[in-house]
Design a binder for this molecule. Structure first.
Ligand SMILES: C[S@@+](CC[C@H](N)C(=O)[O-])C[C@H]1O[C@@H](n2cnc3c(N)ncnc32)[C@H](O)[C@@H]1O
Length: 238
């Protein structure tokens, strides 16, 4: 059995404890305390998070997509594969060391996603990028934690509370979507999304290539403005 090797430790800004980068052979894990936050062998639902959004964005020109956070970049790479050459992808990652790890020990795994010309990286709380992005995104893909119930950082709760969801709705273009990854279902969160003005769809995705536990992805759509269809950014149907 190959042992885990501890490669590095980084503090989470804002008093959220610390993250550890671990390696076992070719497998990597980012730990939040004793809990795995991300594992390189369990990436299927993180990929589905991007795929469900890209399917729904098909045909939209100049799509602007916000991804928070980076983790190991599976969501980012799937988004880049599913979006057109005219798309812009903004990555918000709270812990700068996560990006250093991606460009360093995990460089082979990250496959150049961060250097794609469509990508802009912010070393920042995705909440602040959402707050400053009124009506500017076609999709916001949120995978910063274990889901609405949190894991690594209590401050992340405000991304999922009513105020945070209203801010996300305002940051979206009409017809845009907030897609949220979660380890577990939450009826209370679905209710909150609906109260914040979203139409909600729940997608289940296995953790590991059709196997393993089922994770949840909520696709919460901001209704399109009916008065001015051009503002939605969709190309007109022929
Ligand atoms: C579960 S990982 C994301 C996994 C990612 N979807 C992937 O494909 O590898 C969570 C990431 O979110 C980051 N994070 C946590 N809170 C954040 C916040 N408020 N804003 C931005 N990034 C955050 C963590 O540092 C970590 O890199």
């Amino acid at each position: 059995m190959i042992p885990w090797i501890h490669l590095d430790t980084a503090a989470v800004p804002g008093g959220g404890g610390e993250l550890k980068l671990m390696r076992r052979g070719t497998e990597f894990a980012i730990m939040a305390g004793a809990t795995p936050l991300m594992n390189s062998r369990m990436s299927s639902s993180e990929i589905v998070l991007a795929e469900v959004a890209c399917e729904r964005l098909r045909g939209r020109r100049n799509a602007r997509v916000l991804i928070g956070g980076y983790g190991m970049g599976f969501t980012l790479r799937a988004a880049l594969a599913g979006l057109g050459g005219d798309a812009q992808v903004i990555v918000a990652e709270l812990v700068p060391a996560v990006l250093t790890w991606a460009r360093g020990p995990m460089a082979e795994l990250t496959g150049g996603g961060l250097s794609d010309r469509r990508v802009t990286v912010h070393e920042a709380d995705v909440g602040s990028v959402i707050e400053s992005g009124r009506g500017s995104f076609d999709a916001i893909l949120l995978d910063v934690d274990n889901g609405p119930d949190g894991l690594s950082r209590a401050e992340n709760d405000r991304l999922y509370d009513f105020r945070g969801l209203k801010a996300a709705r305002q940051a979206l273009r009409p017809g845009g979507m907030l897609a949220v990854w979660s380890a577990a279902p939450s009826k209370a969160f679905v209710n909150r999304l609906e109260q914040a003005g979203f139409a909600v769809e729940e997608v289940k995705a296995r953790a590991n290539k059709g196997r393993g536990v089922r994770h949840i992805i909520w696709v919460a759509t901001r209704p399109a403005d009916t008065g001015n269809p051009k503002r939605s950014g969709f190309a007109p149907k022929p």
